[in-house]
Design a protein around this ligand. Structure first.
Ligand code: ADP
Length: 637
């Protein structure tokens, strides 16, 4: 996923971007704050200017009232300096603000002046302003005062500290200022100007007013006392820091990515190695819980890793019939008592097939060197066991064959020995038949019995001869023979016996069975043996409705003959066990019947098999190969 990778790679940029956004946000907030504060400052400036103007106007009005009072006090008095100087209002006024008080007559000549001769002096710090009031009968009182003093007295100290308060005229000339060094030289701070016209008179004689005079307030310290500069400084310091931090993060992330990629490669290698290993691996904790299994282990038990990891004993691959034993052994192994050289166990694949394994347990250790459980290496030895078993069976078979050979010798001798008595029986039988004929005995019963006796003796002679041939390991005599005929001949010999035992015989022979190359006498013995065994099983079972079904059919290149009964069945025994020499469950049984049958069939390149019949009972069958030359098509060629 290249997009995801790119995203992961550029993750380190996120803190930087967020920090930048944060800094910009803070700066914007500071700017907004400063604008608000400037606005507030401006509002305050306006209201302060207006209130200063009102106060100054108030002071002038007050002075004017004092002057009127003085004028009223001097009305009718002789103008003299002494009169003026003696008047308390004059002294108070001079102490307060007045520079001089001049008494003029109706033609504006100076009658008296306090302090004396001050009319010529000008107030050093700028121009002076005047207040006038008429004095009865025809004089005028003129009070001269310095606007600078008016400002100093009329402007409250806290305003004077905050602002430069100045009086300016229409030509923007400073008339008076609260400071000795007016700010006009270096303007810059916010200022506000209010017209202060009415009361200011520059000359005592003219009625000329300072019409355009104005009061100007200039803020001394215009800086907004916000966090602005600090914020900028902090932002300026913060950004390189965060950039450096981001660079460090990026370096660290690269480092982690490299480590992760190396780790992934290693994990992939490890998994590939584990999965390609022939040895199954499983890790368990001390409770026996599966922590890890490799693919070989999953294949061995036929279950996916997801179904196994996390499981606690008993495990699904333990055979149900050995649960107790395996639980006990598991307890021992988890206690650390597993044999060092490994131990054998039989597990069960999910398909039900048994799996023979050898397990080697070793301690499972974590990164800190602590044991956290057990690691098991498991080797599948099923095939090895199977080979061992086959070897064992071959050795056994060799031993059996040796016994059979011996038995063959015995049987051969026996057959040889029996030949004589059988020939004798046949000869005596022929002699008796002849003698009876000479004597004129016509008894059908006796003659018939003697005839059958002769036939049976001859048949017995043939059997003995063929078995002798077979046992002396000569190849069976292979002749063209029709298997259906062989079956019929065998059943003819048994029919009476079966009837006597109350067994019903069903015969289903294939319509046309190609001839096979076989020794008819030996195959007949096989059929007889199988049917007789079936009859014995039915009798042992004492079943009513006992049936034996014999059928033949062609299957591929084989002719197959089935002998089926509805007796007790094989009860779990397999064909190998039943065909083992000397295996018999009958009191009188010799246990050689099926062994010889199998030898005969295999000597004909055929197969003898036994199985449970559907619906109960046993099904014995043998197949003989159709000889190529003898198949109908081949026969036509
Ligand atoms: P024997 O007949 O002397 O016992 P066989 O080799 O012919 O020896 O048979 C071996 C055993 O196979 C019998 O003892 C019997 O237990 C079993 N057997 C053979 N045929 C059948 C059958 N049709 N049904 C059940 N068991 C059978």
């Amino acid at each position: 996923m290249p997009f995801r990778d790119a995203l992961t790679r550029s993750l380190w940029l996120a803190p930087l971007a967020l920090s930048l956004a944060f800094v910009l946000g803070v700066l914007a907030w500071v700017r907004a704050n400063e604008a608000d504060e400037q606005e507030l400052q401006h509002q305050t400036l306006i209201s302060d200017a207006l209130s200063t103007e009102a106060q100054l106007r108030g002071s002038i009005d007050e002075e004017r009232a004092h002057l009127r009072q003085l004028a009223a006090g001097l009305a009718g008095r002789v103008p003299s300096e002494a009169t003026l100087a003696a008047h308390p209002e004059v002294n108070d006024g001079l102490r307060r603000l007045w520079l001089s008080v001049t008494w003029l007559d109706g033609r504006n000549r100076v009658l008296a002046e306090v302090p004396a001769g001050s009319a010529a002096t000008r107030y050093e710090d700028g121009l002076s302003l005047h207040l006038t009031a008429p004095v009865a009968p025809d004089g005028v009182l003129v009070v001269r005062y310095a606007p600078a003093l008016l400002l100093k007295r009329g402007v409250p100290w806290w305003l004077a500290r905050k602002y430069d308060v100045q009086l300016v005229d229409s030509a923007d000339q400073v008339i008076a200022s609260t400071t000795d060094s007016p700010l006009r030289a270096a303007p810059g701070g916010p200022s506000y100007r209010v017209a202060l016209t009415g009361p200011l008179r520059a000359s005592p004689l003219a009625e000329s007013m300072l019409t355009d005079a104005a009061l100007e307030l200039t803020l001394r310290d215009a800086s907004v006392h916000g966090v602005g500069p600090l914020a900028w400084v902090l932002a300026a310091g913060f950004l390189p820091l965060i950039a450096a931090a981001s660079w460090l993060i990026r370096r660290q992330m690269r480092h982690v990515q490299r480590a992760e990629s190396a780790w992934r490669t290693e994990a992939a290698w490890r998994r590939a190695m584990e999965d390609s290993a022939l040895v199954a691996l499983r890790a368990r904790d001390f409770d026996g819980r599966l922590l890890y299994v490799n693919r070989t282990f999953c294949d061995m038990v036929g279950l996916p890793a997801e179904a196994l990891v996390g499981l606690l004993p008993p495990m699904p691959y333990w055979p149900p019939d050995a649960l107790d034993e395996l639980t006990e052994r598991n307890r021992r192994n988890l206690a650390g008592q597993a044999p060092r050289e490994g131990f054998e166990a039989r597990w069960q694949h999910a398909s039900g097939r048994a799996v023979d394994v050898v397990v080697f347990e070793s301690p499972l250790v974590d990164a800190a060197g602590r044991q956290i459980g057990w690691m098991g290496s498991i080797v599948d030895v099923t095939e090895r066991k199977r080979l061992e078993e086959r070897e064992r069976r071959e050795v056994e078979t060799l031993a059996h064959n040796a016994r059979l050979t011996m038995l063959g010798e015995v049987a051969s001798t026996l057959a040889h020995e029996l030949n004589q008595p059988l020939t004798a029986i046949a000869s005596y039988n022929a002699g008796i038949t002849n003698s009876l004929a000479k004597l004129g005995v016509q008894d059908e019963l006796v003659l018939g019995a003697l005839q059958r006796l002769g036939q049976q003796a001859q048949h017995a002679g043939r059997i003995v001869a063929r078995i002798r041939e077979f046992l002396t390991r000569r190849e069976p005599r292979h002749e063209r023979c029709d298997l259906n005929e062989v079956i019929s001949a065998a059943l003819d010999l048994l029919r009476r016996d079966l009837q006597r035992r109350g067994i019903t015989l069903d015969l289903h022979l294939a319509a046309s069975v190609p001839a096979v190359l076989a020794d008819a006498v030996l195959i007949e013995q096989v059929v007889i043996n199988l049917v007789r065994n079936a009859a014995d099983a039915l009798q042992a079972n004492n079943e009513s409705g006992a049936r034996i079904a014999v059928s033949s059919h062609v299957a591929g290149d084989f002719v197959r003959v089935d002998v089926r009964d509805n007796g007790p069945g094989l009860q779990g025994r397999r064909v190998e066990q039943l065909c083992a020499p000397f295996y018999s469950t009958k009191a009188e049984g010799m246990g050689m019947g099926l062994a010889i049958c199998r030898s005969i069939i295999e000597a004909h390149q055929g197969v003898l098999d036994a199985d449970e019949a559907t619906g109960g009972g046993a099904l014995f069958s043998f197949s003989l190969p159709l000889s190529r030359e003898l198949t109908p098509e081949a026969a036509h060629d």
